[in-house]
Write a protein that binds this ligand. Structure first.
Ligand code: C2E
Ligand code: MG
Ligand code: MG
Ligand code: MG
Length: 282
């Protein structure tokens, strides 16, 4: 009996691994042609400056509508794109698209906005990453100060020195660097002071329990003052209700992003939003 049960468990385990593998292979196969087939679209989620209540910029977020697989979340395909290195052409497309969008906003005199773009460590490690970024800035004509690259703590786990050098160089050109999902990684706080960053993005995981839990209030207060002590801008992600917003305002957090303000929007809906509100979002 025990033997049978053991075998059964093994079979189930094996099958689910097999299914997961097949799913990954399928996603990878469809990813290969997605760029050429124009299946990606960029959405934009507004960020609001809590001091003024104005929209200060947007985070660009990729969307994939595959004719065969339907809508696939970036949470499911970015990792696969990284493992297959497809993230290099995809990431370059994202950056170019986002900068063109920003250039369009500048032509409509919305020129004090900033666009934030998520960058994978695979892109950063690539030799021509810097020329590619600078090339896209020249090509689109946007000012480097309008661009913010979002990275996560995990990028520093590989080739720390090389990554730091590259980020410092980009910063010297006026491009901003944001540390995304802050507080969820494994790096120690002592690292933080060595990192060439301009913005801290407090992860949604700290914002979610805000109303029920006084520890998370202390965490956030600490992160905001730490960021400010270090001369960084502090942004809170995943703000979903008014009480969270009120608390963040009170602590002096600089900016917020989240469903309370707006979900990520298509380019067209972003334009409409700007026409309707322009300023004064909160
Ligand atoms: P992220 O960079 O931390 O982006 C924030 C995610 O939280 C987005 O999910 C956004 O839609 C979602 N979000 C924002 N506000 C709220 C809220 O109030 N409530 C909830 N429940 N969610 C909120 P999304 O677009 O599914 O992206 C997931 C992750 O995929 C991103 O996390 C980022 O790590 C990655 N990603 C997305 N686009 C790109 C890209 O173009 N390149 C790379 N390398 N990664 C990307
Ligand atoms: Mg991000
Ligand atoms: Mg994040
Ligand atoms: Mg996140």
């Amino acid at each position: 009996r025990a033997k049978e049960a053991g075998k059964g468990i093994f079979v189930v385990y094996d099958k689910s691994m097999h299914t997961e593998f097949k799913e990954r292979m399928m996603i990878e196969k469809h990813l290969r042609s997605a760029l050429d087939n124009e299946e990606f679209e960029l959405f934009y989620q507004p960020q609001v400056n809590l001091l003024t209540g104005d929209i200060s910029g947007f985070e660009a977020l990729i969307r994939w509508n595959s004719p065969d697989l339907g809508f696939v979340s970036p949470l499911s395909f970015i990792k696969i794109a990284e493992d297959s290195r497809l993230i290099i052409p995809i990431g370059e497309w994202v950056l170019r698209q986002a900068c063109h969008f920003m250039a369009g906003l500048c032509r409509q005199r919305y020129n004090d906005y900033r666009i934030a773009v998520n960058i994978s460590v695979i892109q950063l490690l690539q030799d021509n990453f810097i020329p590619s970024v600078l090339g896209i800035l020249t090509e689109t004509g946007i000012s480097p100060k309008c661009l913010e690259l979002e990275i996560t703590e995990s990028v520093f786990m590989e080739s720390f020195e090389r990554i730091v050098d590259k980020l410092e160089y980009l910063q010297s050109k006026g491009i901003r660097i944001a540390l995304d999902d802050f507080g969820t990684g494994y790096s120690s706080l002592s690292y933080l002071q060595q990192l060439p960053i301009s913005t801290l993005k407090i992860d949604k995981a700290f914002i979610d329990p805000l109303s029920e839990n006084s520890y998370s209030q202390s965490f956030i207060k600490t992160m905001v003052s730490l960021g400010h002590e270090m001369g960084l801008e502090v942004v809170a992600e995943g703000v979903e209700d008014r009480s969270q917003l009120a608390f963040l305002k009170k602590t002096g957090c600089d900016k917020v992003q989240g469903y309370l303000i707006s979900k990520p929007l298509s380019q067209r809906n972003t334009q409409d939003l700007l026409k309707r509100y322009g300023h004064d979002m909160v």
